[in-house]
Design a protein around this ligand. Structure first.
Ligand code: FES
Length: 141
């Protein structure tokens, strides 16, 4: 049995990662990859999305979370929340001097979603594979 298959049995999230990667590579088309990444229904309705900076790398892989349609969530962008990948209000602590604000978001359908934990995705708050880049993988947490 290959190492990847053995790891898959212990870590179901790895299977999704492998499938996500292989489907994106087989199409060889960036547009096809973008279709697989969900859309934040609040993206155009808030200014927090316009923040150019990324937060601190919290983890080097995404986190799967069950999300409900019509519910509003706040994704931690600063990387300092203790309720990752969601915001717990840590950014409001004036002693930490954090300028980044959380990203409010809604999903189209109730289901499981991969949320970015490296805080560098270009499709906030959803993982788009950016965490695979060497600079993210070599980041010290
Ligand atoms: S965890 Fe995948 S892009 Fe951040």
């Amino acid at each position: 049995m290959s190492i990847i298959l053995r790891q898959k049995l212990r870590a179901p999230w790895l299977l999704k990662q492998i499938c996500y990667s292989s489907s994106a590579k087989s199409s060889g088309d960036a547009a096809a990859t973008a279709k697989t990444i969900p859309k934040n229904l609040l993206e155009d309705k808030q200014t927090a999305n316009l923040q150019k900076e990324n937060g601190a790398v919290f983890d080097k892989r995404p986190f799967k979370l069950h999300l409900e349609k019509d519910k509003t969530y706040s994704w931690c962008l600063c990387g300092k929340s203790k309720s990752q990948p969601l915001c717990d209000g840590t950014h409001k602590n004036e002693f930490l001097k954090i300028k980044l604000r959380p990203i409010r978001f809604k999903v189209e359908k109730t289901g499981d979603y991969w949320l970015c934990n490296c805080k560098h995705t270009t499709h906030r708050p959803f993982c788009d594979g950016t965490h695979k880049q060497p600079d993210i993988q070599s980041a010290v947490r």
